[in-house]
Design a protein around this ligand. Structure first.
Ligand SMILES: C[S@@+](CC[C@H](N)C(=O)[O-])C[C@H]1O[C@@H](n2cnc3c(N)ncnc32)[C@H](O)[C@@H]1O
Length: 223
């Protein structure tokens, strides 16, 4: 995919608007001095960089997509966080850090890949005693998930839903405006139009059922 076009789309700029919910969740945790944080499925690191700004901790982001990790690595350098941040290629199915490595595990938009229950159960060993797990996941079955959290080895500290249609109103709708502008700008470039159409297709799907994207945060403490 053309690097220049990706730069023009600047998807992270739209994702950053939702960082206010990352901040809200982080503020629900007690103050920890230099916490070790693992961000699972960090992607290009929009929440990961925010976690570095919110804490004075050491942060490891893991993902399987190398081009997203490269992007995160560039941001780490630009922000001057190289002394306490690392982006690593690692599947969330094969996390092999030793037991009790982290004070906080953070997972936004990634636990559905392994499943809520399996993720909670498998990641428990990675947390230190009294460590925290913060998950941002779809809102579907929220009450069922909330009820089961203690049986997966955690105490629920807090939870909240994003406002209804937040993903549509705050992310996809502004992104659609950018995509439309770029389709006009590149109307004579079939390659660019093909890429932009893919973005538009995803936006159209969300537009049809914006509630399917409704999501929430679960803030948990290891039992
Ligand atoms: C919806 S994105 C979320 C990115 C970021 N956490 C955020 O909130 O902006 C899901 C991420 O999970 C990553 N992913 C998919 N399968 C994975 C796997 N098996 N192990 C680790 N990461 C994975 C994708 O590459 C993608 O970056």
């Amino acid at each position: 995919m053309s690097k220049d076009l990706l730069f023009e789309i600047n998807q992270d700029h739209f994702r950053e608007v939702l960082n206010k919910y990352t901040r809200k969740a982080f503020q629900m945790l007690p103050k920890l001095e230099k916490p070790c944080i693992l961000d699972i499925g960090c992607g290009s690191g929009v929440p990961t960089i925010e976690l570095a700004k919110l804490s004075n901790g050491e942060i490891v982001g893991i993902d399987i997509n190398q081009s997203l990790l490269d992007k995160l690595n560039r941001k780490i350098e630009e922000e001057g966080f190289s002394n306490r941040m690392k982006a690593m290629k690692c599947s969330l199915f094969e996390i092999d850090f030793p037991d009790e490595s982290f004070d906080i595990i953070w997972a936004e938009g990634s636990i559905h890949i392994i499943g809520f229950e399996k993720g909670l159960r498998e990641w428990n060993r990675l947390l230190k005693t009294d460590g925290f797990l913060v998950v941002h996941d779809e809102i579907k079955n929220m009450s069922n998930k909330l009820e089961k959290i203690p049986s997966y080895g955690y105490k629920l500290i807090n939870y909240f839903s994003l406002p209804e249609d937040a993903w549509w109103i705050e992310y996809y709708s502004p992104l659609e405006i950018r995509i439309k502008e770029l389709r006009m700008k590149h109307s004579n470039d079939p390659e660019a139009l093909k890429i932009l159409k893919k973005y538009q297709n995803e936006i159209d799907m969300v537009k049809k059922n914006p509630k399917d994207c409704d999501s929430g945060f679960y803030i948990m403490k290891k039992l």
